[in-house]
Design a protein around this ligand. Structure first.
Ligand code: ATP
Ligand code: MG
Length: 336
């Protein structure tokens, strides 16, 4: 028996590279969690096609994300690392969950409202609307106890819990009730050019995000050209000094030092001092990751093997859960 609680999370392959926000807000925590949790980290490619996507680059982005997870410290021997579309049970369970979700409750999901408002009703897909039920399936298939996510995903986790409870009550106990694991100190990282919007893979400003794939020169340039605020005092004040506060958050996350200590150290110094030092810190954190990605991609067969092995491990569990669900719902068992 595995006594460790199970944790599950993923980052969508919606861009050619992950960014510093994904690292600080997600992957850095996952790496630490591997020891104490039975960890499942996956690449949600089914979720990536809920918004506009390019079939010519999706597979490469998915492979690249696998390499970036590993380079950042996800150990495929310790964690179960897999690609969502290679485990068909995700889509199969999502269908069942769609059928126990009311249209009204799905309509209340703020991520759908936000993302669909940007493009208008005719450019939003039914897939985007069904995203939260697919996410519920991702979690419930593996009986995950904890789901490390950002604050933005809290509502989806609440829906997942409602669906788990509803299914168990109506059809009989199958699912484990998951809890969100929201790290308070892993604050949200904001866009370097628009420090009131979150740093995102699909953000608008080209210099707003630091990508895992950025060369040191590019990293330094992006940090040095980050938008700062009026005045010259280095202080943490999210409302009045969003730019500097964001730089302090990144500094703190990468050095594991409290923000107050950093503010104290830079008392009387200029924004430029902070930026020069932060550029070095980010380059130092990201360079080994970028180099390791290149090594992993130079051995594609090895990467293929890791991906295949992960899918096999994940599928064994997913098949077991799905067959219980199908049985409870009353589907006729297929001949073996
Ligand atoms: P997209 O623009 O496609 O939505 P994204 O950059 O928001 O991409 P997701 O795949 O939606 O990335 O999120 C993956 C994980 O990274 C989640 O756990 C999320 O909370 C975390 N994350 C994403 N952006 C940030 C950020 N700016 N700061 C901290 N954590 C983040
Ligand atoms: Mg997102």
């Amino acid at each position: 028996m595995n006594a460790k609680p199970r944790a599950l999370s993923g980052v969508k392959p919606t861009a050619s590279s992950l960014h510093l926000g994904n690292y600080i807000g997600a992957i850095k925590n996952w790496v630490k969690m591997q020891e104490d949790y039975d960890s499942f980290y996956f690449i949600p490619d089914l979720h990536a096609i809920t918004v506009d996507f390019d079939p010519a680059t999706l597979a490469e982005r998915t492979r690249n994300t696998v390499a970036q997870y590993i380079a950042a410290g996800v150990d495929p021997n310790e964690s179960t690392l897999y690609v969502q579309s290679q485990v068909p049970e995700h889509a199969q369970l999502a269908w069942v969950l769609n059928c126990i979700t009311s249209f009204g409750e799905a309509s209340r999901m703020t991520q759908f409202k936000d993302k669909s408002q940007k493009g208008g009703a005719d450019s939003s897909t039914v897939g985007l609307f069904a995203y939260p039920m697919l996410m519920a399936a991702d979690i419930l298939l593996y009986n995950a106890n904890f789901v490390p996510v950002g604050e933005d995903q809290r509502q989806h986790l609440e829906l997942t819990r409602n669906l788990a409870g509803r299914f168990n009550n109506r059809f009989g106990e199958v699912f484990t009730m998951p809890e969100p694991l929201i790290f308070k100190e892993t604050a949200k990282i904001y866009d370097l050019q628009e420090p009131t919007s979150k740093m995102s893979k699909t953000g608008l400003s080209p210099n707003g995000a630091i990508d895992f794939s950025d060369e040191p020169k590019v990293v330094a340039k992006k940090i040095k050209s980050a938008v700062t605020d009026d005045g010259s005092e280095i202080a943490f004040d999210r409302d009045n000094k969003p730019g500097v506060s964001n730089l302090l958050t990144i500094y703190s996350a990468l050095t594991d030092r409290p923000i107050e200590a950093i503010v104290e150290e830079y008392r009387g110094k200029m924004y430029g001092h902070l930026k020069v030092d932060l550029a070095d810190i980010v380059v130092e954190a990201m360079t080994p990751i970028r180099e390791r990605v290149a090594e992993l991609k130079a051995e594609p067969e090895k990467l293929d093997e890791i991906i295949a092995h992960g899918a096999e491990k994940a599928r064994a569990i997913a098949q077991d859960t799905l067959s219980k669900v199908y049985d409870k719902v009353g589907f006729l068992a297929a001949a073996k």
